[in-house]
Write a protein that binds this ligand. Sequence first.
Ligand code: DC
Length: 227
Amino acid sequence: MTNTVPIITLDGPGGAGKGTICLLLAEKLGWHMLDSGSLYRLTALQALRKNVESEAQLAEIAANLDIEYLAEGDRLKILLQGEDVTDAIRTEQVGSKASEIAAIAGVRRALLDRQRAFAVPPGLLADGRDMGTVVFPHARLKIFLTASPEERAKRRYKQLKEKGIDANLPDLVAELKARDERDSERSAAPLKAADDALLLDTTEMSIDEVVNQVLQMASQRFGSNVN
Ligand code: DC
């Protein structure tokens, strides 16, 4: 199934705009969307709540996550064991823990099949760090989105403020850089562009410009499969 479903992977560092772009593209194309970072964040939230540290237990949490994704207008509501944790998983504390546990090979393995199960017709937009390299290596369109750390921190700051979450810009820049380093230097599925990925630096681009550029790439790659 996964080999025949059109897949666009969007990988890149935190705050590069993957989430927003993926949501808009999924809506425009009528395709499904995988926010793979949410799986690492949900595992991290459970780990923090249960005070779990051992790698085996963390992998166990990842393997047994009871999650539901509900589309609500233009946002995706995320339920963990029936509880709405949409905002709870977006804090910097959870993001930082997610990056830490994402370095554990057992955790990544535990989440692999769950991620691949998202590849169903009419198509999938997969947002993450290793979508094009590990999870969907056969995807026909792979994009690596980047932006400068300062620009990414500004975007995240705005996002957090809009959600009413307290944030501090210099701290966000430092946290993003630390997270980039950890995500890029780990040995299990590090953050890197697939050899066949197209690079898109969005530092100077508006959201609409990025969406239109990806849509152009998609229609070149998939032709009539893309509306
Ligand atoms: O995209 P995000 O900020 O929600 O991701 C949270 C953390 O999860 C990120 O620091 C690294 C990890 N992650 C990963 O290792 N692989 C993915 N495919 C997605 C996220």
